[in-house]
Every structure is written in C-alpha cells, then in structure tokens.
Design a binder for this molecule. Structure first.
Ligand code: PAP
Length: 335
C-alpha cells in the first residue's frame, strides 16, 4: 500500500443512489421510537450510518501507519481513544499539557463514519484526513468484513475493544435514552425492548457476537494487525494492557519511563473518575445530538445487575454460551 495515497475524490454518495440501495435491504425496528435499522453486508445500520458507511467504504484510503480503534458502540471506545492519544503523544505533550485537557476524546480521535463521512460533517471533511500527521489516530464501529478494502489490505493496525454483552447493552440503553431525551422527539426506549432486539442481533452494528467474533478470529490469525482488548481486562490490570497497546503500536515504554511513573500517570489521567470531571467533558455537545457528558456514565463492570431480570440474565447467558462455545473467548460479568 502506498503510504502517501490520498482520499479518493468526492462526491460522496448521491441521495438517488442511496435510495436505490436502501430499497433492496431488509429493515427492522429495534425498540427506539420505531426507528429502523437496515441490514447491509451482514450487519444492522441506522439509515444515516448506512450513508456514511457507504462513503467511508468507497473513499477512505488507509496509510500503513494508521492506528484505528474499532469496536461496537459502548464497549470502551472513548477510554481507549484517551489512552491511545496519550501513549502516542507522550513525548510531545506530557500529562500536564496533553490534548485531553481541552478536548473530548472523540474530538482528538475521529470516528470515520461518524465524524468524517456522510451528510452531517462535524469536524474535518474527508480531504482533511490527508492533512493529519502520521500516525493518524482514527476509529470506526464497523464490523471487519465491511471495512474499506485498504484497511484490510494495508499494514495499518486495528485496536479492537470489546465488553461483556450485558454491560454493553446496558450502556447502549442509557446512551440511546439520553439521545432521545435530548432530541425531545418520542418516548424514551424501554429496556426490555432493546434487550429483545439485542438478543436478535438487531442493534446498531450488530449482531453483537458476530461483530466480536470476526475481530477475535482476526486477532488470533494476524496478531500484528489486530489487537483484541476487553474493557474488563483494562479495568482489572491497566498496567499490563497499556504496555500491550504501546508495544502493539510500536511505541513501547522504556525502562526509564516506567521508573518515572509514566504508565501510572497515563492510567490515572484517563481513569473514569478523572476524565469525567474535566470541564471539557462536563458541558456542551458533540455534533448537535450527543451531550459530551453522555460518554461518561458509570464506567463500571457489572452495572447490568441493576437492569436485568432473572429471566433476561438466563436468556443472555444461554445466548452467550451458545455463541462463544469453542471460540476460546469469554467475558467477565462482575468486578
Ligand atoms: P461510544 O461507542 O459511543 O464511543 P464507548 O466509549 O465505547 O461509547 O462506551 C461508553 C462507556 O464507556 C460508558 O459506559 P457506561 O454507560 O457503562 O458507564 C462510559 O461510562 C465508559 N467509559 C468512558 N470513559 C471511560 C473511562 N475512562 N474508564 C472507564 N469507562 C469509561
């Protein structure tokens, strides 16, 4: 892959073409005010995300040096964005002057199909991607198979974050509820409706287990290409996992840095308690429909216990066991 390759030319995608594509796709509601998801290349997308995904697929050219965070929504992306930003920029901006003091993590690491492509540009337009210095820190919620070809075939690296499905679903429910309340349109969703949709695989970028398992498999087959991280592991042993991330991106911590406490400083700065309380994350919006603070809710393992009925627990446990059987993957459900 040519490391100097640039964005493919606009235009992104016409409304007409989009309508044609949409017409042919299966549709389903998922318990949020009758909003629909469309089934595209084996996964479910909202209508606006479909448009963005199509233009991302068609126009994005990866650089070999790109570091791309991937993962389903609500599985730890914001946290990993903070950690990766600090690891990569630790020489030029140490903890006391780092970019997270003035920017929300999503403003420092762009979500490709959310911030860059599509009709509602929030930050840079696609051509600005070419101006970002290497390594570019980017992110996407896309499953593996629909990723733009250049991501799959270049030497860029993917850092996949996942989380146990019980907490991921709980976090998604709260996030969507906050979005509906902010927009003042329609009724807030019911937990039981989102739960049922989730079990059927019908949540944005779902089915959950298929998303997770393709990246899991890739991480086993190509460990230099895909690093697989779990939210619960990061909580349990942040030091080892921070070192893994730094090594994976080719910027391992030196013994001197370790002895100076750099790893601990990064972990402490990015800890939920600290980052949630930064002024920049407490007020204001990201684009127009997300409150910055909605990306920092509880930050715990096991909050699902406050939402699942015994019947839901049984159903999700059975589903998880069935989907993960023989894969070697498992999740921790309580702290
Ligand atoms: P996104 O997909 O919209 O970017 P994402 O960051 O993946 O969301 O997930 C948000 C979850 O990560 C929230 O979980 P909760 O709803 O169960 O509380 C959020 O609180 C949590 N989170 C965000 N930052 C951190 C952090 N620094 N440490 C631990 N958890 C965090």
């Amino acid at each position: 892959m040519n490391n100097n390759a640039t964005q493919k030319e606009l235009p992104i995608i016409s409304q007409e073409e989009l309508e044609e594509i949409k017409k042919a796709l299966p549709k389903s509601s998922w318990g949020v005010n009758g909003r629909e998801l469309l089934f595209y290349q084996g996964f479910w997308f909202s209508e606006s995300m479909l448009a963005r995904t199509l233009s991302f697929q068609r126009h994005f050219i990866a650089r070999d040096s790109d570091l791309i965070i991937t993962g389903l929504p609500k599985t730890g992306t914001t946290w990993l964005k903070s950690l990766l930003h600090m690891i990569v920029n630790r020489e030029i901006s140490p903890v006391t002057q780092n970019g997270l003091l003035k920017n929300h993590p999503h403003e420092l690491v762009y979500t490709l199909e959310g911030d860059i492509y599509g009709e509602a540009f929030a930050y840079p337009q696609p051509q600005h991607l070419d101006e970002l210095p290497s390594p570019r820190l980017l992110s996407t919620h896309l499953p593996y198979a629909p990723l733009p070809e250049s991501i799959r075939t270049s030497n860029c690296r993917l850092l996949y974050t996942c989380r146990n499905p019980f907490d991921a679903l709980t976090s998604l429910f709260h996030f969507v509820t906050a979005m509906v309340e902010k927009s003042n349109v329609g009724e807030p969703p019911r937990f039981e409706d989102i739960f049922e949709s989730f079990c059927q695989g019908k949540t944005p970028n779902g089915p959950f287990f298929e998303h997770v398992l393709t990246y899991w498999k890739m991480s086993l087959e190509q460990p230099d290409k895909v690093l697989f991280l779990k939210y619960e592991d990061l909580k349990d042993d942040p030091v080892s996992h921070l070192k893994r991330v730094a090594e994976f991106v080719g910027m391992p911590f030196t013994l001197f840095e370790e002895s100076e406490g750099v790893i601990d400083q990064i972990i402490e700065f990015c800890s939920f308690g600290n980052i949630k309380e930064l002024e920049v994350n407490k007020t204001g919006d990201l684009k127009t429909f997300f409150e910055k603070k909605s990306f920092f809710r509880k930050g715990e393992v096991g909050d699902w216990k406050n939402h699942f009925t015994p019947a839901m627990t049984e159903k999700m446990t059975e589903l998880m066991e069935e989907k993960l059987r023989g894969t070697g993957l498992s999740f921790k459900l309580i702290p």
